[in-house]
Design a binder for this molecule. Sequence first.
Ligand SMILES: NC(=O)c1ccc[n+]([C@@H]2O[C@H](COP(=O)([O-])OP(=O)(O)OC[C@H]3O[C@@H](n4cnc5c(N)ncnc54)[C@H](O)[C@@H]3O)[C@@H](O)[C@H]2O)c1
Length: 337
Amino acid sequence: MSLKVGIIGLGFMGKVHFDTYAKLGVKVAAIADVDPRKRCGDWSGILGNIGAAGQRQNLRGIRVYEDAAGLLRDSAVDVVDITLPTYLHAPWTIKALRAGYHVICEKPMALSSAEAAAMIRAARSARRHLFIAQCIRFWPAYAAARALVWGGKFGQVLSAVFTRVSPKPTWSWQNWIVNERQSGAAALDLHIHDADFVLHLLGKPRSVQSRASRNKQGGLDHITTFYNYAPGRLVQAEGAWEYHAGFPFSMAFRIALDKATLYFVGADLMLCRATGSPRKMPLQAGDGYYHELKHFVACIRRNRPSGIVPPQSALESVRLVEAEIKSARTGKIVKFR
Ligand SMILES: NC(=O)c1ccc[n+]([C@@H]2O[C@H](COP(=O)([O-])OP(=O)(O)OC[C@H]3O[C@@H](n4cnc5c(N)ncnc54)[C@H](O)[C@@H]3O)[C@@H](O)[C@H]2O)c1
């Protein structure tokens, strides 16, 4: 089936998705953006914390709409990909589902778990598929670590530490990303990648204990959380974007199992055994965006929901971060189960 995608929001992630569909050979039939420069193909202002800046884009053969509402009247589109600022995820996802489209929506699913629940209800009543782009579940090093942990050969997880650190985000449209009411600040926007992966890999913690630093407006720009599982297991994640210009973005993890240690820094996943040198583990080629969109497209073609990111699991990740924010703000341990 030749699938036709419409992308709403041609910023940092919209461009990443646009380029990824090209690699997958999937037709982007339509785009929508409120910025006239982007609609004319001048994508030179598109920036993010990874990848190169945008360039001029030839949009010949692509229908271009001035806003999301215009694209949602395009009957030649099968799936709408929402790469809008987070505060617009729930309203536009619900409208797209009600208009009869399958929806792929960027992470975090929504600003709150209540909004995320409304998105799931809309998908159910419209009988359309909803996919949430939790790309770290598809990132080759994380997916390989998951296979090793779930495979059980190296025993139980004793401890796991995840970090994600970035310079201050200065690139977003109307600076929405630094407004906590629009993005959830680093706690929701950035750190949800690791909160989501912890939940996906290890299941629900009993409770969370978080500490955070706040920016001048009160938003949490740096959060560290302990996820409380059984006593004797240490699971921690840190997400921060309070660093100044020039500080390099990085994501990393280390997982200690009974019989081996896994660590990911830079591009390589390494496995250390009781003796000998670390072994570089084979990884799938391509990045998490490629594998994630490939999977969602395959699901739509087969008319199946995602077994890797059921929407309810993305909602639970928003709920987990809500618990972490509550813990950081109150200084108390917050139950999660
Ligand atoms: N998966 C990841 O690794 C990752 C990385 C970065 C961002 N994100 C997520 O992607 C989403 C978008 O973030 P971004 O960094 O691309 O933002 P951005 O500010 O770069 O882009 C947002 C775009 O939406 C457009 N827009 C705003 N309102 C619109 C409307 N009503 N109709 C059409 N276009 C509209 C803006 O003009 C802009 O081009 C966020 O939810 C963010 O959390 C995910």
